[in-house]
Design a binder for this molecule. Structure first.
Ligand code: CP
Length: 310
């Protein structure tokens, strides 16, 4: 670990704001926390007395539970608010919700929201540290970090890798964080999906857009597949799931084009048989559950670092 380094961030709003050094420091910190989850007694007193609020305005299994597990393993007090149980259903604005939560003096607020930029706005209105747990189609920084941790664990490095991302790039905050993270660490990222689901300007983020499934997967070190985000599509931007699966689904045969030791990743939830065939999702190349395990360690690191411990 770099001992001369000082972690400079009060909030974690996106990979966009993190330097290469910040990313390595977060991953080193996460690695040091990972063994806590393997102990018989999975609890350390590091964040005792700290109040953490999970403010989730969109459904989540992995991210919300993982932040809560991370906080509890560090002895913090955690509280959960979801859209359906908050006064947002009665018309309260996000700013008013933020001001009211802030009046209770939490230390950290973790927010997931369908609007891109909601965590950034929250950070302007509260004294607490804010962590973005996914904002619209913009960013999902803790997912990007756990993806990088998983790759570093398996490949021993984050540079000079060929990362292929397949699927709905347009609506994917996971893809936006991954593209920025892997390119910042010195790897190349190439993407492929239905032309209606490939946003303009990806090259500016550092990604190359491929013209076929074979092209994107060929010689890849990492094959990351993404879910079709029906809930973010006002207009139908793709044919049926069956048609999608036929044209864009990652099969065992397709994986034959990637490097023999290529990793298969997916942020979840997986639509089995649509974007990823079960024999690939459950293969020895799949690190999908390792991603989930590393999610707890990365989130422990983020909670620790935004409390000024870096
Ligand atoms: N990867 C991810 O964000 O999953 P959840 O939606 O279940 O949190």
């Amino acid at each position: 670990m770099n001992t001369g380094y000082f972690f400079p961030h009060r909030h974690i709003l996106g990979i966009d704001h993190l330097s290469r050094e910040d990313i390595l420091y977060i991953l080193d910190t996460a690695e040091s926390f990972k063994e806590i989850s393997a102990r018989p007694i999975k609890k350390v007193p590091t964040l005792r007395g700290h109040t953490i609020i999970n403010l989730f305005f969109e459904p989540s299994t992995r991210t919300r539970l993982s932040f809560e597990v991370a906080a509890k393993r560090m002895s913090a007090d955690t509280f959960n608010i979801s859209a359906s149980t908050s006064s947002a259903t009665k018309g309260e604005t996000l700013i008013d919700t933020a001001r009211n939560i802030s009046a209770m003096h939490p230390d950290i607020i973790i927010i997931r929201h369908s609007f891109s930029g909601a965590p950034h706005m929250l950070a302007r209105y509260v004294d607490a540290a804010v962590i973005n747990a996914g904002d619209g189609a913009h960013e999902h920084p803790s997912q990007g970090l756990l993806d990088m941790m998983t790759v570093k664990e398996h490949k021993g490095r984050l540079h000079d890798l060929k990362v292929a991302i397949v699927g709905d790039i347009l609506h994917s905050r996971v893809a936006h964080s991954a593209i920025q993270g892997f390119t910042r660490m010195g790897s190349s990222v190439q993407v492929y999906g239905p032309s209606t689901l490939i946003p303009k300007g990806l090259e500016q983020l550092g990604a190359r857009v491929c013209t076929s499934l074979e092209e994107v997967v060929r010689d890849a070190d990492i094959v990351m597949t993404l879910r079709i985000q029906k809930e973010r599509q006002n207009d139908p931007l793709l044919p049926s799931f069956r048609e999608y699966s036929r044209q864009f689904g990652v099969t065992k045969q397709l994986m034959g084009l990637a490097k023999p030791d290529a990793l298969v990743m997916h942020p979840g939830p997986v639509n089995r048989g649509v974007e990823l065939m079960p024999e690939v999702a459950d293969s020895s190349q799949s690190v999908i559950l390792n991603q989930v395990t590393n999610g707890v360690a990365v989130r422990m690191a983020l909670l620790y670092l935004v409390m000024g411990n870096g």
